[in-house]
Design a binder for this molecule. Structure first.
Ligand SMILES: Cc1cc2nc3c(=O)[nH]c(=O)nc-3n(C[C@H](O)[C@H](O)[C@H](O)COP(=O)(O)OP(=O)(O)OC[C@H]3O[C@@H](n4cnc5c(N)ncnc54)[C@H](O)[C@@H]3O)c2cc1C
Ligand code: FES
Length: 281
């Protein structure tokens, strides 16, 4: 049975600062009670305040940045749990469990170029992915900035959270908004299609995507239709985050590497899955 990662711990942390980000988000910067080893991008933590304001059940958040002994989380306010975290003040005590999950696959510098697709707060697992890819992962050749195209889509420009964090890294960054308020008028898949049509990107790319379910279902269809290597980071609702509650099932493909079981647990077998392994749509 899949188990939580051996490096995961429950620990206390203190809020250092809370920075507004976009129309409805914050970057929550916290100092854990002890230093953590370098965390792979797209792993996550279960997070709650250590008081009666947060709901009893902690909520999952991708690691957004890790530097100088601090952990950062990009949090979009959705309901009670995210609001409690966003309204924290410096000094607020938090309870964290993590790092959980598997993280992105090795992003190397050989082979087909990479296209990273983010929808709204689905951008959260990408700043560290870019940093780690450019630095080199798992002993593989580092990606070069020209190997990575980051396509960031959102409903409107105020939901293109922290856009400078990507442009600063020297990779190609293109934004898309549903209402045309910034960048391409449309969604990230239409944007990608335009790049292909104009010959600005080879057809053979490797895809990483994180965003709302309809976007990920469309990315999954695109990957299968074009036989592309593709990994999705899922934001499935979670209860425990550690494999106990069965609250995060993801359908598996019968012909895929996880097909022995009809579903996988997103928290301990994901949140990143190859599109060869799961069936969203
Ligand atoms: C592995 C993982 C990583 C995540 N990383 C981030 C992150 O970096 N930043 C971030 O802001 N969020 C992230 N999320 C989503 C985040 O966990 C939820 O938004 C949060 O749990 C909502 O809690 P709440 O108490 O504020 O809202 P609730 O009161 O629990 O829900 C409010 C409303 O939002 C809906 N909702 C709740 N969670 C989701 C979801 N995951 N997808 C779609 N609708 C949802 C509910 O159905 C309800 O309608 C991640 C989720 C997972 C599983
Ligand atoms: S969230 Fe409990 S098993 Fe995955």
């Amino acid at each position: 049975m899949p188990a939580p990662p051996t490096d995961a711990r429950t620990l206390r942390a203190e809020v250092v600062r809370v920075e507004p980000c976009g129309d409805d988000g914050v970057i929550l910067v916290v100092r854990p009670e002890h230093d953590l080893a370098a965390i792979r991008a797209s792993r996550f933590f279960m997070l709650k305040r250590d008081d009666r304001v947060s709901p009893l059940i902690p909520r999952p958040f991708s690691i957004y940045r890790q530097r100088d002994g601090l952990l950062e989380f990009l949090i979009k306010v959705m309901g009670r749990g995210t609001r409690a975290l966003a309204e924290s003040r410096p000094g607020q005590a938090l309870i964290l469990t993590g790092p959980l999950g598997n993280g992105w696959p090795t992003i190397d510098g050989g082979g087909a170029p990479w296209v990273f697709l983010a929808g709204g707060v689905g951008c959260a697992p990408f700043p560290m992915a870019i940093e780690q890819a450019l630095a080199g992962m798992d002993g593989k050749a580092p990606a070069r900035p020209e190997d990575i195209t980051f396509l960031f889509g959102a409903a409107t420009k105020g939901l293109l959270y922290d856009l400078d964090a990507y442009t600063e890294q020297g990779i190609r960054v293109l934004a898309a908004t549903d209402d045309g308020s910034q960048g391409f008028h449309g969604n990230v898949l239409q944007l990608l299609d335009g790049l292909w049509e104009r010959g600005e990107l080879p057809r053979d790319v490797r895809l990483l995507a994180c965003g709302p379910d309809p976007m990920l279902e469309a990315v999954e269809r695109l990957a299968h239709a074009n036989d592309l290597a593709c990994w999705l980071s899922l934001e499935t609702l979670m209860g425990c985050g550690v494999g106990i509650c069965n609250g995060c099932p993801v359908d598996t493909r019968p012909d895929g590497p996880l097909g022995e079981w009809p579903n996988a647990k997103c928290c301990v077998e994901g949140p990143v899955f190859s599109t060869e392994a799961i069936a969203l749509g």
